[in-house]
Design a binder for this molecule. Structure first.
Ligand SMILES: Cc1cc2nc3c(=O)[nH]c(=O)nc-3n(C[C@H](O)[C@H](O)[C@H](O)COP(=O)(O)O)c2cc1C
Length: 179
């Protein structure tokens, strides 16, 4: 194994092997794992360390089904045993910036996706933002205040199958020193 291969083992594997998982077994996700996912989200970097996010953990079958109804690309929520909804809080962000709140909440979301994979769970980003209708749907199902931006819904479950990693490395997209 060369040095490059060694570097791809260990923690790096979590990043390289993560895939979007949309099929889940019926098995529930335990409360400790859900808490760990949110903890991972809160560990992400945020502009000026303002931490302008909130997370909604959903495990109620009826609520998950209602979320699925209004999300055209979120039908897998109808089979997921849990979801974490990541919300951006523009009022809490650096300079009250909605853009920064969304960027910060996006960093948190990726941490959650990676941690789900590290725990042997599966997840996928289901978009709410920037689609007004989807944001309104998630907001109304979950009672989210108007000033809060529902960014995405991350269904969480035990994967039915292990998905093969995709190698997305594109050397032609790397510029050195100058574009
Ligand atoms: C901003 C964003 C929005 C996405 N929205 C959806 C979605 O609504 N439904 C879905 O099934 N996947 C969604 N995805 C997941 C992508 O389809 C997926 O990441 C991409 O196809 C690459 O596959 P991989 O995650 O397995 O590497 C979204 C991803 C991002 C980053």
């Amino acid at each position: 194994m060369g040095t490059g291969e060694q570097k791809k083992s260990g923690g790096m594997r979590v990043i390289l092997d993560r895939r979007s998982v949309r099929d889940y077994t019926g098995e529930a996700v335990d409360a400790d794992s859900l808490d760990l996912l949110v903890r991972a989200g809160m560990s992400a970097p945020t502009a000026k360390n303002m931490q302008p996010w909130s997370f909604i953990i959903v495990t109620g079958r009826e609520t998950l089904d209602r979320l699925a109804e209004g999300l055209p690309f979120g039908k897998m929520l109808g089979k997921a045993p849990a979801a974490v909804v990541v919300c951006a809080l523009p009022e809490q962000a650096n300079n009250g910036s909605a853009e920064l709140a969304v960027i910060d909440a996006t960093c948190a979301s990726e941490n959650i996706l990676l941690t789900a994979h590290a725990l042997g769970l599966g997840s996928v980003w289901v978009a709410a933002y920037p689609y007004e209708e989807r944001m309104a749907h998630v907001g109304s199902v979950l009672g989210i205040p108007a000033e809060v931006v529902p960014l995405c819904v991350l269904p969480v479950g035990h994967p039915v199958a292990v998905k093969q990693p995709i190698d997305k490395y594109k050397p032609e997209r790397i510029h050195r020193e100058r574009w």
